[in-house]
Design a protein around this ligand. Structure first.
Ligand code: PLP
Length: 398
């Protein structure tokens, strides 16, 4: 390469300017995110910046992330299987621990196949990228998770977003593409991560009829809702064509699975690039996940405890219009402007509560909010104290 071409290249890149502009734009809007390392494990009490906080921001709904039975299971898994899986599942990364987890998931949720992924983000992307072709249409709830919306946009299919939980709007969009020659997929979350409300799965299914496949991402419903924690679909007595479950929330670990029929499972195993070209999750983790599944199924007390904490939380707060009523452990409090939401979160932090302000682009810019999550590991006293502190904080904002 000549010296002049090297000079030209270094001038035209401009990454430095791009990066500093993006960072300063975000900071000016009060939307910067910060990484704060917590000391110790994921318990209900976190130490951050030397301060003790009762953690109301995690998705560890059933309190499994720091449960001694589960920790022991992972340790046993390490003794049995060693550390890493060392290869893609289709090379040598797939072990009996993975196979057992897949079978347990299928039996619990009533599907022929389960295909494992290292994260919910990759499972969602794999599903849409593998299924969709140019002639297809994918219909997504407007509030679907970033992993789904991004995959829909990047896929070769046409993507249409329907109004949140609005079966009539979905129906009119389906009518619009009635003569489309490709296949159609309707994608929704079971429980919406930032709003905590549930998708009306039966109403959606009714308007879909046999016009499309229904796929449900139940990241926030699995383990929490339905008999034995089988999730949003079981709670509404519906079996979708495809179900995505993630393990970073109620399972207390990480990873994900796509549940489907046998031929879709074979198809994903062959063609889903996030499966084929990625190292399988550690076998010890798959082993621990099988234990987590058993705990979810058999330990109903965790869901009962969540219900008890929910009624304690709602008792004094339901009179505030910003406090949104939900049937799940996710409790949004809509504040509006990002600055106000950050101020409210800081006031709560000062009082010893780890509550996070959720701002744009995660939610619309005029709907910045506090997102309070309850877990079965919280105590009634912790929730009572939070709720009293929230009362004072919300009165201060009104
Ligand atoms: C609805 C939903 N789907 C998928 C994901 C991604 O899952 P994971 O964290 O396992 O990548 C998340 C969030 O984390 C989510 O809220």
């Amino acid at each position: 390469m000549s010296e002049s071409s090297l000079t030209r290249c270094s001038k035209s890149i401009g990454f430095d300017e791009r990066i500093s502009k993006a960072l300063s734009d975000r900071a000016t809007k009060g939307l910067s995110r910060s990484l704060i390392a917590s000391q110790g494990g994921n318990t209900t009490e976190l130490i951050r910046n030397g301060q003790k906080l009762v953690n109301f921001s995690s998705n560890d709904y059933l309190g499994l992330a720091n449960d001694s039975e589960l920790i022991e299971a992972w340790q046993r898994g390490l003794s049995l299987y060693g550390c890493g899986s060392a290869a893609s599942p289709i090379v040598t990364g797939f072990s009996s621990a993975h196979a057992n987890l897949e079978s347990a998931l299928c039996e619990w949720l009533g599907f022929e196949r389960a295909v494992l992924f290292s994260s919910g983000f990759s499972a969602n992307q794999a599903l849409l990228f593998t299924l969709l072709e140019e002639s297809d249409v994918v219909y997504q709830d407007k509030l679907n998770h970033a992993s789904l919306i991004e995959a829909g946009i990047l896929s070769p299919a046409t993507m249409r977003r329907f109004k949140h939980n609005d079966d009539s709007h979905l129906s009119s969009l389906l009518n619009l593409y009635e003569h489309n020659c490709g296949s159609s997929l309707v994608m929704t979350e079971g429980v919406f991560s930032m709003d905590g409300d549930m998708a009306p799965l039966n109403a959606l299914n009714k308007v879909i009829g046999d016009r499309a496949w229904l796929a449900v991402d139940d990241a926030h419903g699995i383990g929490v809702l339905g008999k034995e924690g089988q999730g949003s679909c079981a709670a509404q007595d519906l079996k979708p064509n495809v179900l995505v479950v993630t393990f970073g929330k109620a399972f207390g670990l990480s990873g994900a699975a796509i549940l489907c029929d046998a031929s879709t499972g074979d198809y994903l195993t062959q063609f889903a690039r996030h499966h084929v070209y990625s190292t399988a999750m550690p076998p010890s983790q798959a082993y621990a996940l099988t234990k987590a599944l058993e705990m979810i199924k058999t330990q109903q007390w965790r869901r009962d405890k969540l219900a008890e904490l929910k009624s304690v939380y709602s008792e004094n707060l339901s009179r505030f219009e910003q406090v949104i009523k939900t049937e799940t452990p996710i409790n949004p409090i809509i504040i509006g402007e990002a600055e106000q939401a950050t101020k409210a979160a800081l006031a709560l932090n000062k009082a010893g509560f780890g509550v996070t302000a959720i701002r744009s682009p995660t939610v619309p810019s005029n709907q910045s909010r506090l997102r309070v999550t309850l877990t079965a590991a919280h105590s009634v006293d912790q929730v009572k104290s939070l709720s009293s502190c929230l009362e004072v904080t919300l009165q201060g904002l009104n």
